[in-house]
Write a protein that binds this ligand. Sequence first.
Ligand SMILES: Nc1nc2c(ncn2[C@@H]2O[C@H](COP(=O)(O)OP(=O)(O)OP(=O)(O)O)[C@@H](O)[C@H]2O)c(=O)[nH]1
Ligand SMILES: [Mg+2]
Length: 328
Amino acid sequence: MPANLTPEYRDAERAFKEAASTPEKIDALQHMLAVIPKHKGTEKMQGELRRRLAKLKQESEHARKAGPSRGAPVYHLEREGAGQVALAGAPNTGKSALVRRLTHATPEVADYPFTTRVPIPGMMPFEDIQIQLVDLPPLDPQFGELWVPQAIRNADAVLVVVDLAALELLDEIENTVALLEKAKIALEPRPALPCGYVTKPALVVANKVDLPGARETFDAFAELYAGRFPAVAVSAETGEGLEELKRAVFGMLGIFRIYTKEPGKKPDLTKPYVLRVGATVADLAERVHKEILAHLKYARVWGHGKFEGQMVHRDHPLADRDIIELHT
Ligand SMILES: Nc1nc2c(ncn2[C@@H]2O[C@H](COP(=O)(O)OP(=O)(O)OP(=O)(O)O)[C@@H](O)[C@H]2O)c(=O)[nH]1
Ligand SMILES: [Mg+2]
C-alpha cells in the first residue's frame, strides 16, 4: 500500500536528517510521528519511528545518568575457540538469524531493522573445532552504534552479510565497506592502504537465497564482485549453503589443526592444537610445553603427502590434520 507521504512529513524528515544533537533528533522524530499520515500503508513506518524515538530517549537518559565524562558503551568480548569472526552488515540482512542457526546463541530475529543492540557471541562447531561468531548491531550511516566498528576491529575476520532480496543490495554492501573504511578497517583482498588501517579477511555472506529470484541475483553479484570479495550464497532459513560457509570461515582464519601422539601409542584425535598457517614443528612443541621445545630433537609426522612416520626437524612446516610425535 502506498504511504502517500505529505510535504509536511517530508519537511519533518529533512529536519530529522539535519539534526545534529540527540535532543534535536528527538524533537524532529516526535514531529514526524505527529504529522505522518495515519493509515495502514504507514503502519510499519510508524512502528519504526517509535522504535527510533524510544532508542534515542533511552540513550539520552543513559547519557544523562552517566554524566558528561562517559562515552559510548564498551563491550568486552571474551575470545573463545579457534578464532573470532564478526558479522557486519546493513540492518535486517539476517545476521542474527545466521548466528542463531550456526551456534547455540539465541539473538533476537525480527522483520524490522535495528533489532540487535548489543554484541552476542556464539560458538560455531566446525568439524572438531569451535569458532566464535559475534552477532552485532547493524552498520548504518545514520543510526549505527558507535562502538560496532571497534568490535569488528578486534575480530580475526569479518563476514559482510547482505540480503539478496534487498532492492539496494550494491548500495548496502558499499555502505558497509565505506563505514568500515571510515573506521580504518580494510577488507581483504585490498591493495595496500595508508598506515593506521587494519586489514581483515572478509567474506560476503549473501543471505536469503531461498527467496524468489535470489539465486539469479547472487550469480550476477558474484560475477560483478569476482576478485574483490569471495562470496557464498546461504539461507539462514533453510540451511542452504551453510556447510560451504563454515568451511570458508575456517579457511579465512588461516588456521589448521594438529593432533599429537606419544611414541608407541595411538594419536589423540579428540582435541587438536589449533595453529596459524605457516607454523612449524617448533611452534607446536612450544604450544605443547616450553620444556618440550627446549629439549626437542626431532619429530615424526603422519599426514598428507608424507610417508608414515617420516622424521622431520623443528623447522618443518606443518599442514592441516598432520599427526605429530615429538621426540625430546
Ligand atoms: N527468507 C528468509 N528470511 C530471512 C533469512 N534470514 C533472515 N531472514 C529474515 O530477515 C529478517 C531480519 O533478520 P535478522 O536476523 O533479525 O536480521 P539482522 O541483520 O540481525 O537485523 P538487525 O539486528 O536489525 O541488524 C527476519 O524477519 C528474518 O526472519 C533467510 O535466510 N531467508
Ligand atoms: Mg540482528
